[in-house]
Every structure is written in C-alpha cells, then in structure tokens.
Write a protein that binds this ligand. Structure first.
Ligand code: NAG
Ligand code: NAG
Ligand code: NAG
Ligand code: NAG
Ligand code: NAG
Ligand code: NAG
Ligand code: NAG
Ligand code: NAG
Ligand code: NAG
Length: 610
C-alpha cells in the first residue's frame, strides 16, 4: 500500500531480454536438416509401430544410421520381428510405448509346428540390458528326461518310458522341494504370463504350449548408457550415426533434425534462455507485487525459506475475532500486549500483539523461528502467528495460572493458597531447568533464550512451568557455542555480566544459566534480589546475604520450615549460587544443573561466593 510503484532500477531489465528469444529460436531452426529420427518408425508383420527406443535393423546389413538403444535392435525376418536377448531369439508380439512394455514369445516355440515342443531357451539373465522382466511375469520350469516314477505333473507327450519322463512345474510348486523330480537330464526355465497360466492351471501338462505362445513381458526405463541418457535429457534420441568413413559413432538425434555428437545443447540453450527469462519475469513480478503488499523482505524471506516449519498463519481479522476485538487484556509484555482469546474449536489461547512501532521485525522472526523449532513440555507451544504489514501477533496456548512472577514475591495480602510452597517451587525450578536444557542441547538448532525471568515463566493449570517470550532468543548453529551479539540483551537483574561487559567472558548458553540462577534465588528468597528489604536493610544484595546466612535461613522452624522443606530451600539456594558465578566457565551447564537437582543437597559443594 505504501510503495505501489516498482523500483525504477528493476523495470528496464527484462525488456531487452524479450527480444533475444526469437533470435535464439531462429538460430536453432537453421541447423535443421532433412533427416529426422521419427521417420524411422517402421512396421514388420503384425507389429506396426517399431520406433524409438527400438529400431528395425536391416537383416542383410546392420551398418546404417539409426536411433535407438544398441541392444533394442529388432530384426525383421520372414515378416516376423525378432529381438535377441543374449543368444536367444524372441518374437515381438506387441510394444506398448506408454506403459514401456514389450511383449515377447520364444521364437522357437512360435515357429514350431510341433504340438508338443521341447523348450530350448532358458530364462535369459537381463542384467546387462535396459530391460527387466515385468511384474506380470511368472515362470514355468521344465524337467526333461528324468528317472523318476512319479505320475503327477508329467508331460506325457515328451516321453513316458523309465528314465525318460518330463515334468512341468509352476513357480509356486518349485518353492516346495517335495515336488521337484530327481535324476533329470536338463532343467529349463521359461517366463510366461501369470494370468494366462492361472487359466490353464489343471491342464498345464497338456496345454503348456498355450502358455508359452502367450509369451511374457519386459519393461524398460531410460537407457543405462551414459552418453544416451545425456542425450535424452537434452530432449534428443540417441543412436548411431554412420560417418562418411563408414564407421558407426554414437550420436544424438535432436527433435529439430540435427545430429549432435552428445546432446542437443543448442536447443537446450534456447530452452535455458527461455527458462532464465521466465525466472527473471517471475522474480520481477513477485518483487513488484511484494512492494504492493509491504516492505519487509526479511520477514517474507524467512517465511518463504521456512515454509514447512512455521505454524499456522492467521489473518489480522481472525486475530481480532479470536480475541473478541482485544477485549480481555492479560498483561503487558516486553514487546507487546497479551490478550486472552478463543479459537473456533473453543481452545483458549493467549494472543501476544506486538507493538507496531518497536523493532524492525527481527524479534518477531526470532520468536516464530525459535519456538516453531521446539517441542517440549516446559516450553510454550506456538499455535500460530499473524503477519500483515506492521501488524504482528503470536498465538500461544492459554496458561490459566499466568506467570511465575505473581507467585514468588512474598505478599502479605495474599492468602496461604496463593503462595506456592516449597515443593511446588522446587518442581517449577526443575521444570524450567529441563526446558532450558532442551533449548541449549537442541535437536535441530541450539537456542539461547537471553531473557529468563519469573515474568517469562508461565504456569499451566497444574502449575507446570513453560518458558515463554522468545523475543530475545538467539539461534546458533549447532557446534558454535560462542555467540556474537551486536547489542546487550535481557532484563536488568537477570542479565549475565558478560552480556553487559564483554571483558568477563564470551556470551553463550551460560548466560541463560546466570539468569536462571538469579531466578531460582528469587524463588527461594521470595523477593527480588535487588530491592531485598531484609529487615529494612534495603540496599542488601540478596545473593550475598543468603551466602553468608544460608544455615540460619534454612534452619528448621524458621518461617515454618520442616526438615524436608529446609532441605529443599538449601538445595535451591546452592544451585542458584552455583549458577550466578561471575565467570561463565565456573557456572554449571543446564544438564549439570539437572544432575544437581537430582542429587541430594548434602552432596552439593558450597560454591565460591558470587
Ligand atoms: C537393407 O540394406 C540394403 C543395403 O544397405 C538396402 O538396399 C535395403 O533396402 C535395406 N532393407 C531394409 C528393409 O531396410
Ligand atoms: C537368432 O537369430 C540370429 C540371426 O538374426 C541367428 O544368427 C541366431 O542363430 C539365432 N539364434 C538362435 C538360438 O536361434
Ligand atoms: C507409434 O508410437 C509412437 C510412440 O508411442 C506414437 O507417437 C506414434 O504415433 C505411433 N505411430 C503409429 C503409426 O502408431
Ligand atoms: C524319450 O522319449 C522321446 C519321445 O517319446 C523320444 O523321442 C526319445 O528318444 C526318448 N529318449 C530316451 C533317452 O529314451
Ligand atoms: C509340499 O508338498 C507336500 C506334498 O504335496 C505337502 O504334504 C506339504 O505340505 C507341502 N509343503 C508346503 C510347505 O507347502
Ligand atoms: C536353466 O536355468 C536354470 C536356473 O535358472 C539352471 O538350473 C539350468 O541348469 C539352466 N539350464 C540350462 C540348460 O542351461
Ligand atoms: C519394471 O517395472 C518394475 C515394476 O513396475 C520396476 O520396479 C522396474 O524398475 C522396471 N524396470 C525397468 C528396467 O524399467
Ligand atoms: C553406449 O555405450 C557404449 C559403450 O559404453 C558405446 O559404444 C555406444 O556407442 C553407446 N551408445 C549407444 C547408443 O548405444
Ligand atoms: C553423422 O553422419 C553424417 C553423414 O555421414 C556426418 O556428416 C555427420 O558429421 C555425422 N554426425 C555426427 C555427430 O557424427
């Protein structure tokens, strides 16, 4: 809406290119000769259309120009098309170019007047061919001149005296060893059509000739010949060209009539140019369109690149409808306002509407990218988002118990049930650690959150914690543990010292560990670490105070602590103190923190004074 005119610099580019198209076409046509492969389509006997990749050879002189695969040569002999596989000759019954299937039958059997022919062609192994036995085939196995006195499956017309009995078995029967006759002179396997064989089943011994007359099918795919497949990919047909010195060389026959040595690349060039032109035009149209819509190439680019990863995209009107025109405000976050909403199916959601003026969209992309990559019980799940020009919103699961912030700062006005109690606090601290450990370990991409604080820990109906607000998260490619940052991120009171003062150490996932430690101490202390009003000594820094007064603070009996809750309190403070060590290297990793939570507090060493 803002910038409807396309930028002047991109407009003149495609027009000169347009004039190039006819030029290239003319160039391609001028190579055309009167020789074309298509004209070679020929008939032989009842097979009327023998064409590429097959080719009809001259029985007397094979030395001539042709297009087709070398081993797909069909010879027309006595008005019968013959294809040779290895040393065996087969009659071509039919060729289906659409299904890429050729039907063949044993030339020997078809040509024989014998009512009881003896099969001589064994199954040909087709490993060196571009042909394969089709799925419609099955096999018949003939056993000749056997010294076996069984009477079933004998082919009586082929001999019946002792030591001269023949059998025919289907592929099914061959699988049962007890059917296989003993002491035979020869075994011949012949392919036949499965459907035809089924109809003959019980009369097979007498009517096997019908099965053999029905033939079998071979299918073909693109040539296995490298030269040939290059040619085909460029739109040509491969074959052999007889040069003036009467030698055959492989050549590529192009649709425009040219005979190229490898591929129809000039035609390919025309095509390539055309494709390029199309691309230019597409990009041009897309670009000018985008200028109609909005000017945020970063965001749109991200959405294009991560199409499959990003969650459902909502229209702004849908966002408005689901929040009942932004009627129920839940809170004010760092980068916008959160409203309560309802999806069409009744699912409760929290909709974070980002402030229009703040940021250039980077936080937004960050949040969508970070959360859409994660799936963990301790991380909020992003259900969808909205992006319409400057209007941006994120749709999350609704968390009925709000954020942790409301619960940890001791408030005299609150009743006992509103304070969570040590067990719950402990569970929340462990849950957040699990979520963070998942983010840092990362299956796909490691994520550093950079804004861990009670406000960003949401609680579901059972007070299970979920990490939210990924606006400041930084995704780092796996194996890069040190992060470079242009500007300090985070919230005062939780931000790790190295994020503010670079001389302390490198910014890394340990920066989250620091924020986590500060948060755990606040949970244990029931107060803000900074404005800690311990007996009115308003300037006391809680971590230092608690370090010096740990035993006193956790003593049984003090503020209702039992021996169990005293233990929990001590553990939370110890873990918190370990996490807020000044030097990032001294802080434990999140997985180490999880180990600490699992062990007993007695095993924990007292950390150095932070
Ligand atoms: C076979 O080749 C000879 C000589 O090259 C030619 O005279 C004859 O017409 C060809 N036959 C067929 C069927 O192409
Ligand atoms: C197959 O046909 C060729 C000629 O096209 C012939 O030389 C050859 O002997 C035949 N093979 C068999 C097994 O009949
Ligand atoms: C022969 O087959 C080709 C490929 O399927 C087809 O394009 C052509 O029209 C057919 N010609 C005849 C005469 O059937
Ligand atoms: C087997 O039987 C066939 C047909 O009856 C006969 O032609 C052939 O000579 C016999 N062979 C032997 C080895 O008996
Ligand atoms: C194999 O054939 C024999 C004899 O007809 C039969 O008793 C047996 O069950 C068959 N075995 C299998 C595995 O089909
Ligand atoms: C035919 O092939 C089968 C297996 O494929 C083999 O056992 C048999 O010996 C072959 N027969 C001849 C005559 O080559
Ligand atoms: C033949 O068809 C089967 C099944 O459709 C396929 O798996 C196979 O690759 C085909 N072979 C060739 C050479 O096209
Ligand atoms: C296929 O490959 C062989 C050797 O790899 C070569 O001699 C022949 O010319 C190639 N082309 C055709 C069309 O068969
Ligand atoms: C094909 O054969 C013709 C005539 O013999 C010859 O002029 C031409 O150069 C050959 N082309 C290729 C690519 O071998």
């Amino acid at each position: 809406m803002l910038d409807a005119k396309p930028p002047p610099s991109s407009l003149p580019l495609p027009i000169p290119l347009l004039f190039l198209v006819p030029l290239f076409s003319i160039a391609a046509v001028s190579f055309a000769s009167d020789y074309a492969c298509q004209e070679l389509s020929t008939s032989c006997g009842s097979v009327t259309n023998i064409t590429y990749p097959f080719w009809l050879a001259n029985d007397t002189d094979e030395l001539f120009t042709h297009c087709g695969y070398q081993d797909f040569k069909v010879i027309c002999r006595d008005n019968t098309p013959i294809l040779s596989l290895a040393t065996d000759n087969y009659t071509v019954i039919h060729i289906d170019y659409d299904r890429r299937i050729i039907s063949l039958a044993d030339a020997d059997i078809l040509g024989s007047a014998d009512t009881c022919p003896r099969v001589r062609h064994n199954l040909t192994s087709l490993t060196d061919y571009s042909l394969a036995y089709a799925p419609s085939d099955t096999y018949l196995t003939f056993f000749f001149n056997c010294n076996d006195d069984r009477t079933e499956y004998t082919v009586s017309c082929l001999g019946h005296a002792g030591g001269n009995i023949s059998f025919v078995l289907t592929d099914e029967m061959i699988k049962n060893n007890s059917f296989i006759p003993d002491n035979c002179e020869a075994v011949i396997v012949a392919p036949v059509l499965r459907d035809l064989l089924k109809s003959l089943e019980y009369e097979l011994a007498n009517r096997y000739k019908e099965a053999l007359h029905g033939g079998f099918e071979l299918n073909w795919s693109a040539s296995t010949n490298d030269t040939c497949s290059h040619c085909e990919r460029s739109g040509g047909w491969c074959g052999l060209n007889m040069t003036s010195s009467r030698t055959l060389v492989s050549a590529c026959f192009c649709s425009d009539g040219r005979i190229a040595s490898h591929n129809c690349s000039i035609a390919g060039l025309t095509l390539g140019c055309f494709a390029l032109l199309c691309l230019f035009l597409c990009v041009y149209i897309l670009r000018s369109r985008k200028h109609h819509e909005k000017n945020e190439p970063g965001v749109e680019g991200f959405l294009l690149r991560h199409g499959s990863l990003v969650p459902k995209r909502y229209k702004y009107s849908e966002i408005k409808r689901m929040t009942n025109s932004f009627g129920n405000k839940l809170g004010q976050g760092g980068y916008g306002t959160v409203f309560k909403g309802t999806l069409k199916d009744g699912h409760l959601v929290a909709v974070k509407v980002l402030s229009e003026t703040k940021g250039n969209g980077e936080e937004f992309i960050n949040e969508v990218a970070s959360i859409s990559r994660t799936s963990h019980v301790n991380i909020v799940s992003l259900l969808g988002f909205c992006l319409e020009g400057p209007k941006r919103a994120l749709v999350y699961d609704f968390m009925p118990n709000g954020s942790l912030e409301q619960f940890i700062y001791a408030d005299k006005s609150k009743t006992e049930t509103q304070n969570l109690g040590w067990e719950k606090l402990y569970e929340i601290a462990v849950g957040v650690a699990r979520g963070l450990e998942y983010l840092h370990r990362g299956c796909n991409t490691r994520i550093v959150h950079f804004d861990i604080k009670p406000h960003n820990i949401l609680l579901d109906q059972d007070f299970h914690p979920k990490i939210s607000d990924f606006g400041l998260a930084k995704i780092c490619p796996p194996k890069v543990s040190v992060i470079s940052m242009a500007a300090a991120r985070g919230t005062f009171g939780y931000i790790a010292p190295e994020v503010v003062t670079r001389s302390i150490g490198a910014v890394s996932s340990k920066s989250d560990v620091y924020s986590y430690g500060m948060m755990v101490l606040e949970m244990a202390g029931g107060r803000k670490n900074f404005d800690a009003g311990v007996e009115n000594a308003s300037e006391i820094y809680f971590p230092h105070w608690i370090y010096d007064n740990l035993n006193k603070y956790c003593e049984v009996g003090i503020s209702g602590l039992t021996s169990e809750t005293g233990e929990v309190a001590r553990k939370m403070i110890m873990v918190g103190l370990w996490c807020i060590q000044l030097n990032p290297a001294d802080r434990p990793s999140m997985s180490k923190v999880l180990e600490m939570w699992e062990g007993s507090s007695g095993k924990l060493e007292m950390p150095p004074r932070p």
